[in-house]
Design a protein around this ligand. Sequence first.
Ligand code: 4AD
Length: 464
Amino acid sequence: MFRRLISARNPIQFGSTIRQVLASKPSNESIHVHGWVKSVRLQKSIAFAMIHDGTTPNGLQVVFRNPMLAKVLTNGASVRLTGILTPSLGPGQDSELLAEDVQVLGVCDPETYPIQKQALTTEYLRDHAHLRARTDVQGAVLRLRDTVMRRLHEFFHNNDFIYVHTPIITSNDAEGAGESFRLASVPSHPGGRGVSTENTEFFNKPSYLTVSSQLHLEAVSNALARVWTLSPCFRAERSQTSRHLAEFWMLEAEWSFVRSIDDLCDVAEASIKHVLRLESPDRDLLRSDIGASWAVMAKPASEVPWARITYTDAIHELQMSGARFEFTPRWGTALQSEHERWLADSFAHGPIFITDYPASIKPFYMRQNDDSKTVACFDLLVPHVGELVGGSLREERVTVLEAAIKQQGLDEEAYRWYTELRKFGGAPHGGYGMGFERLISWIGGVENVRECIPMPRWSGRMLL
Ligand code: 4AD
C-alpha cells in the first residue's frame, strides 16, 4: 500500500529543484518551483526575480508579464512559483520561468533581513551562521563539500576500501597530545528523565570526544584489510589560525599489508588527485570564483607527480633558503606553519610530502626506522594551507610498541587492546588522516577553514 502511494506520486507535483528544472527542456506544461527570493526588479509592465534553492550557483530567473504578481515578493522570502519554462534571451542562462502564479510560503521582512544585497563581511556572516548558507559563496562551498565527499567515496570504493563508522565517544587520546575534550560526568540537566544525578562517571572510565578514528580503524583494518571513514573529530586546541577548528571532519584511511611510506604516499596522492579532477556536472555547480580558484590552484597539481623529501632534507633546505623565519628551523623541532608554507609555496611550488620525522616529536604508534631516531611517517603540505595530511606506518612489533607507550608516559592498561592487536595475527599496516575543511579550503581557494563548514567551532566561539 505504502509503495503504491509513493510510486503513484507525480514528481512534478512535488516540484523539481532548480537544477533539475534548468536541466530540462522548455515545454508548454506548467511546473512548480520552490526557493528563496534573491532579488526582485519591478518595472512598469514587467518584473523579474531571481530564485535560489542552493542546487545551482546562479538560481533561476523568473519573468512576470504581470508585474502585480511579483509585488508580494521580498528578498529572503520562501516561495512556490508556478509557470512555464521558456528559452531565455538574457545572457548566461538558457531558460527562465514565465510566472503564472506565486505563493509566498514564508514571508521575510526586507528591512530586518540580515542577508542584505550589499557585500557582507566574513565576520558579519560568521555572526549570522544560521543564515549564512543563503549566500552564494557559502552555497558553493557546501556543494563543493558534497562533491568532494562523493569523489572520495568513489575513489575508496573503486579500490576495495570498506567505509566503516568509528566511535565519537572514546576512552583514549589517539594522538597522545592531551587535546581531547573530556565529557562531563555530571548530567547537563540534573534530574532530567532517565539521567542519574549522581556525580559518577557515566561510563566505567573517563570518556572523551575522539581526536582521531585511527586506533579504532586499525582494529578493523586487521580484519577487513582496507578501511576508511570520514568522521567528526574534536580538538581542544586554542589555536586561532586560518586552519584550525575545535570540531572538524577528518578523512582517515587505514590498510593492512603496507610495505613502505611510499605505499602510503601513493594512496594519499591518488585519492586527492581523484578529487581534484572535478568534471562536469559537479564542476558546473561551483560558483565562478571558487571554480576559478580550483582551476588555478588545485587542478594543475593533479597533472604532475608530487615531490617527496625527508624531514632531514627539508630542514636542510629551510636552513639554506635564505628566507627570514620567525622560528629558526632546527632538526628535532616541529615544522612551523611558516616553514610548511615555504616548502609548499616556494620550494615545491605544489604539494610536497615530508617523510621520516624525528620520533621525539611524533605520537607513540608510529613505526620506528632502523636509525632509531626517526619514524616512518609523512605529512603532506599544500600551497596556501600547509599541512593537509598526516600519516604513518604503525608499529607492529609489540615489544617496540609497548616500550614507546611506556616511554611517552601513557597508561599501559588503556592501550592493552591496542597492543593485543599485534599479538593475534597483527599485519603490517598504516594509514593517514586528512582534514576535510583544509581540503575544501585548498580546492576552493577559501581563505579560512571557518568558512568551509556550516557551523564552525573554535576556541572561544560556538554560536549555535
Ligand atoms: O596530523 P594529525 O593530527 O593526524 C592524526 O590525527 C592521525 N591519527 C591521522 C591518521 O593517521 N589516521 O591530523 C590529520 C589531519 C591534519 O593533517 C590536518 O589536515 C587535520 O587532520 N587537522 C585539523 N583540521 C582542522 N582543525 C584542526 N584543529 C585540525 N587538527 C588536525
